[in-house]
Design a binder for this molecule. Structure first.
Ligand SMILES: Cc1cc2nc3c(=O)[nH]c(=O)nc-3n(C[C@H](O)[C@H](O)[C@H](O)COP(=O)(O)OP(=O)(O)OC[C@H]3O[C@@H](n4cnc5c(N)ncnc54)[C@H](O)[C@@H]3O)c2cc1C
Length: 323
């Protein structure tokens, strides 16, 4: 028997939410870390995770798999009504061709005085997650879908648990530091929109995708409500039309709501649970807030390093281990 790990997961199970609390952003945009504005994670760490994720997605975007994986390059603008205090964001040298917008470009946005143009990556969750799932299966991984009430349920069937349960960690491991930040958005048909537009802090955004355009958004701290709010939808549409007037002609408008799993710092940590003389190593990997797609590969590499340390620890503590 080989070693066995359990992943109450997350990025691989987004289309089958067990809790109904999972993020359904299901499209993601790499280039912005407003997600981490309140984080305890140092900037150099955020940048490392972002770069590793960007490199990983960039390689996919440049491969024959790009279409199936739903990973594409996208260009556009981040615009500001006031000149930002920081000269350039920390991710400026990770995305492609980051530069200040020209006066002519800014004419498109008469309410804005400053802007940055760049090319980044868009990762469509509805394609990317099934693609990752397929790769796991092709590599011999088994996927079991069920709700876990207590991590000890997984012992002894699994030697090590990787806990990627997002907001579920509130109940599963009693972590009250994690909370939802509700996000509402619209998916519309407007195939003529080809550039992304993001306003200042990112509350208002227009992200064109393969089959629709995402218009956002909202950020409601501590709100668990998954039912779309018509007033918020009207406000989103009006804010987006102010940036891109052609959106008045958008059709087939669908409302979506998701909950961002926020925490003051992603929890990336080993823990050795002990009960009645038994030990269960756990690697916690959750709390990605609004940046899960932006940094997922980088944080997963770190989780994999912690996992290797657990394997090592099990091998030394149980000499007859099959690990
Ligand atoms: C509107 C919106 C827009 C977003 N935009 C972006 C963006 O542009 N860029 C970006 O990088 N990120 C964005 N995000 C954030 C991104 O979607 C999240 O950071 C990411 O999905 C978090 O992934 P996760 O796997 O950690 O958690 P989740 O996606 O919440 O997944 C947790 C999983 O654990 C499962 N689970 C929980 N409890 C249990 C249990 N007890 N037993 C078994 N399974 C359990 C759940 O069912 C779920 O499948 C956005 C989010 C929203 C809501």
């Amino acid at each position: 028997m080989g070693s066995s790990f359990a992943f109450p997961l997350s990025l691989w199970a987004l289309d089958q939410p067990l809790t109904g609390k999972t993020s359904v952003g299901a499209r993601a945009f790499c280039g912005f870390q407003a997600a981490f504005a309140e984080t305890e994670t140092p900037i150099h760490k955020q940048k490392q995770w972002f770069r590793e994720t960007f490199d990983h997605l960039f390689a996919i975007a440049n491969s024959a798999e790009a279409g199936e994986a739903g990973v594409h390059l996208i260009s556009g603008w981040q615009i500001f009504q006031n000149i930002p205090t920081e000269e350039a964001p920390f991710w400026a040298d990770v995305v492609l061709g980051f530069r200040k917008m020209t006066e002519v470009e800014l004419k498109k946005f008469p309410q804005h005085v400053f802007g940055q143009a760049f090319t980044t990556l868009k990762c469509e969750g509805s394609a990317y997650l099934p693609w990752l799932e397929k790769r796991v299966k092709e590599s011999g991984g088994q996927l079991l879908t069920r709700r876990i009430e207590d991590l000890w349920e997984l012992h002894p069937s699994f030697d090590i648990v990787v806990n990627c349960s997002g907001l579920g960690s509130r109940e599963l491991v009693g972590d009250l530091k994690i909370f939802p930040v509700r996000g509402q958005l619209l998916k519309v048909q407007a195939p003529w929109v080809k550039h992304f537009i993001r306003d200042g802090s990112g509350l208002t955004y227009i992200y064109p995708g393969v089959s629709n355009v995402s218009l956002g958004g909202s950020r409601q701290k501590g709100d668990w409500n998954l039912v779309p709010d018509a007033e918020i939808s009207r406000d989103i549409l009006s804010r987006c039309c102010a940036l891109e007037p052609s959106l008045h002609g958008a059709c087939d408008i669908k409302e979506k709501v998701g909950l961002r799993p926020f925490r003051a710092g992603i929890r990336l940590q080993k823990e050795f649970l002990a009960r009645n003389g038994r030990r269960l190593p756990v690697v916690h990997h959750y709390g990605h807030g609004s940046g899960g797609f932006c940094v997922h590969w980088g944080t997963a590499l770190e989780a994999a390093r912690l996992l290797s340390e657990c394997v090592q620890a099990l091998r030394t503590s149980t000499p007859n281990s099959k690990l």
